[in-house]
Design a binder for this molecule. Structure first.
Ligand SMILES: Cc1cc2nc3c(=O)[nH]c(=O)nc-3n(C[C@H](O)[C@H](O)[C@H](O)COP(=O)(O)O)c2cc1C
Length: 332
């Protein structure tokens, strides 16, 4: 049976989402992951403060293409009204879910008093969730970690606070701030949160194979799984896992890679000027070529090229793209 999750009027099917990743989950990558079977995609985290001033980069972050839906826009900040205003702007732009970041451990975000700092300020977190919920008519979710450190693990009480404040779901990345990305995600803590809350819990962390997904669904009872790093160089992972969970043929990485690289390069070229697309192309082609014979010399070559057209040509050669897979310049 296909697992799906209902949040408000939204049906998320399969219940496998692309996790928010700063600098990565932009529109081209979200589109590619939707094509790769993600039932939901997240934006990068968007500063509520920056939304107020709407510079070009933030405006771009808050613009969604038709093919991206359903999409969750993730915001960070610490001023309830500012967060609510940002949420409203994003829903007016088409966001289907507003996700509030209360789990980011990055220094820059902590310095502004947002991200996981809010797990230490439950009263303010309550005000933020209430203000956002009152302002928008889409589901509001909150993404958290286990807590600040081993001595300050509070995700259960904090999760209850969020639910009481009107959150439609809580997303747990079961590591502490102090842990960063070290060690393994503690999936058993997802099960504890599922047990404690009456709203759906979504799990995020270290799900890279169908076996991981099966274990997390079966042992935690979570409503959906977010996949982050496992989608890099493998945006079709969502459809492969969904197929395998249903006992269907998942399709081979080698075939899927060719189809997706061409699509992804075109979308990157279309979405941004050469100067910026080069950086994204290098990054993604490095992930696509990981583990392939001669991958390191291909990556060195791509890093030495100074135009997206040259990079696309070399990618077509390296990945042996043919026919429809050939990368033609995207229509303006
Ligand atoms: C490069 C990178 C950027 C990330 N950016 C965000 C972010 O903006 N907001 C957020 O809530 N989580 C962010 N995360 C955390 C992921 O959403 C996810 O919870 C974490 O990577 C664990 O899942 P994974 O093992 O599937 O990658 C980021 C992770 C990575 C690797």
């Amino acid at each position: 049976m296909r697992r799906s999750l209902t949040l408000g009027n939204l049906q998320i099917s399969p219940a496998l989402a692309l996790a928010p990743m700063a600098g990565i989950t932009n529109s081209p990558f979200r589109l590619v992951c939707r094509r790769g079977g993600a039932g939901l995609v997240f934006t990068e985290m968007i500063s509520a403060r920056a939304m107020r001033y709407q510079n070009r980069r933030t405006a771009e972050m808050g613009t969604f293409e038709e093919g991206e839906h359903p999409i969750a826009a993730q915001i960070f900040g610490r001023e309830p009204e500012e967060m609510a205003d940002a949420a409203l702007t994003l829903t007016e732009a088409g966001a289907d879910i507003i996700d509030i970041n209360m789990g980011c451990p990055v220094r820059k975000v902590l310095k502004s008093g947002s991200g996981i700092q809010l797990m230490r300020e439950p009263d303010l977190a309550t005000d933020i969730v209430k203000a956002v919920v009152a302002k928008v008519d889409v589901p509001v979710t909150v993404k958290i970690r286990l807590g600040w450190s081993e001595d300050e693990i509070n995700f259960i009480t904090f999760g209850k606070t969020l639910a009481d404040s009107g959150a439609s779901a809580v997303i747990l990345h079961p590591r502490t701030r102090a842990q960063g990305f070290a060690g393994s995600a503690r999936w058993e803590e997802i099960a504890r949160l599922v047990e404690a809350l009456d709203i759906p819990v979504l799990g995020s962390g270290d799900v890279n194979t169908v076996q991981d997904a099966r274990t997390v669904f079966e042992t935690t009872g979570c409503g959906a799984i977010l996949i982050g790093r496992g989608s890099l160089g493998r945006p079709w992972i969502f459809s492969q896992i969904a197929a395998e969970l249903e006992g269907e043929e998942p399709g081979s990485d080698d075939e899927l890679r060719k189809q997706f690289i061409s699509m992804h390069i075109k979308l990157i070229e279309k979405a941004m000027p050469d100067r910026r697309s080069i950086g994204h192309l290098r990054k993604h082609l490095a992930w696509y070529s990981r583990g392939l014979p001669d991958g390191s010399s291909f990556r060195a070559l791509v890093n030495s090229l100074d135009s997206s057209t040259k990079i696309a040509d070399k990618a077509a050669e390296f990945f042996c793209l043919e026919g429809d897979e050939i990368i033609k310049k995207a229509a303006p």
